[in-house]
Design a protein around this ligand. Structure first.
Ligand code: NDP
Length: 419
């Protein structure tokens, strides 16, 4: 028996909510609240006859802490699942603290307005001190650790696939496969084809900011930053085949460097096709990825927001995307004094996802872990007060839940390594 408030009703939230409704003995009541209420109402109407979960809906502007507090106090949930955008992480955490409710999200905080001078001063200092220049980092949410601890509440950060499952894979490798991990390579391959020359698989603004930023990795406890897309490797992915992949900065590198401190190198690679890269470079060169407003015919326009309006809605890609994703982690290290390697990953089929929950695999591979993370918190399998990333909890019940609910693991004890 539980009451869950889900904030956001986009691509990922749609999957998470549909999956929660499949586990209606635990998710007995859900309130879907988002900026645009009709999307919540449409989903609630569609699910009404398919589940015994009691679904209600609400309108909320999650940038506004007071509005959130009023909603949380009136609904009285056991857990708030933030599946809106990373821009709302801090306001929703503030509201959860004010109301004494557990919190979770799928991506770490970044500001909507990266020109805000107050934010930029802190950001510039962090770039200098830490050595990576991505707009997002954990410091903003880790600053809430003491507050959540004192309140006896849990905040679970980044419980999608990557971040999320990738960190559970690391915790699992550490618990069962290695005495000491030397290197971690996280490989995110999307072998899907949606037939458009250019589209993003999740929120275009967040996605393009991430992939157009400089790449970085951790070596011997320090960040090494490189120009965007300047380290390329090829890898032959199980069930997908040979793909080009590029080294990116990614948020879980930052937490893994702290939670598994013996690791000498942690890298993240993502596959991209040539068409995607050519379009992205061109859009970047003409200024379309900029977040700084420009004056156009008497109006202020943010180029990347305008671009978002032109691009296909990621939620509309489901019916036309074919192929598979393959996401996982390759480890090197030692067990019982011997060198060993290990690869744990999941393969997910875009069309199978569409048949099940009307979504492509990118939203599916994020929404299912969000549901499974909520399941861990609601059933008390994960319970400690404070602010935590996924690898800080026991990976076993979480990976069992993923196996059961659509994202089974595959293991390989003799993988091809990435040079
Ligand atoms: P979408 O853009 O599809 O959905 C975002 C939702 O949030 C929309 O329903 C939107 O409402 C709502 N929203 C936005 N701003 C507000 C606000 N101020 N108040 C209330 N609701 C708001 O994004 P996705 O579903 O693709 O992504 C959701 C999250 O998942 C993001 O944080 C993304 O970074 C993360 N993600 C994580 C991954 C992982 O593996 N960890 C992978 C992919 C995504 P409206 O309908 O009005 O626009």
């Amino acid at each position: 028996m539980s009451r869950v408030l889900v904030i956001g009703c986009g691509g990922v939230a749609n999957v998470a909510i549909r999956k929660c409704c499949q586990v209606d003995d635990i998710f007995t009541e859900i309130c879907i609240a988002s900026r645009t209420k009709y999307k919540c109402d449409e989903l609630a109407a569609e699910l009404k006859d398919q589940t015994s979960t009691k679904i209600t809906t609400a309108q909320v502007n999650a940038d506004n802490v007071e509005e959130l507090i009023a909603l949380i106090n009136s609904y009285k949930p056991d857990l708030v699942m933030n599946i809106a955008l990373p821009y709302q992480d801090l306001t929703i955490m503030d509201a959860c603290l004010a109301c004494g409710v557990n919190y979770m999200d799928t991506a770490n905080y970044e500001p909507e307005d990266t020109d805000d001078p107050e934010w930029r001063a802190i950001y510039n200092k962090r770039c200098e001190e830490q050595g990576f220049s991505a707009y997002f980092d954990y410091s903003w949410q880790w600053a809430y650790r003491e507050k959540f601890e004192k309140a006896g509440l849990t905040a679970l950060l980044g419980c999608g696939f990557d971040p999320g499952v990738t960190q559970a894979y690391c915790a699992y490798a550490k618990k069962h496969e290695f005495d000491e991990i030397d290197t971690i390579d996280i490989l995110d391959c999307n072998g899907g084809d949606h037939g458009y020359p250019f589209a993003t698989n999740f929120n275009p603004e967040v996605n393009l900011r991430e992939v157009s930023a400089p790449g970085s990795y951790i070596e011997n406890g320090k960040w090494v930053e490189i120009p965007a897309m300047s380290i390329k490797r090829e890898y032959d992915f199980d069930c997908v085949g040979q793909k080009d992949m590029y080294l990116l900065h990614h948020e879980e590198l930052e937490s893994l460097a702290q939670t598994i401190p013996e690791v000498k190198r942690i890298r993240f690679f993502m596959t991209f096709g040539q068409s995607y890269l050519t379009h992205m470079r061109c859009l970047e060169n003409v200024g379309m990825l900029s977040t700084t407003p420009i004056a156009f015919e008497g109006q202020q326009i943010v180029p990347i927001k305008f671009l978002k309006a032109l691009l296909p809605d990621p939620a509309s890609l489901g019916p036309r995307t074919h192929g598979k994703t393959n996401i996982g982690c390759i480890f090197t290290g030692k067990k019982d004094g011997k060198e060993k390697t290990y690869y744990i990953y999941n393969v997910c089929d875009h069309q199978e996802c569409y048949k099940e929950v009307k979504s492509q695999a990118i939203s599916y591979t994020t929404g299912v872990p969000a549901m499974c993370g909520a399941l861990m918190l609601l059933t008390g399998k994960w319970s400690k007060a404070g602010v935590y990333t996924v690898e800080e909890f026991d990976p076993d019940p979480f990976l069992d839940a993923l196996d059961k609910h659509g994202l089974p693991r595959i293991e390989n004890h003799n993988p091809v390594l990435v040079d």
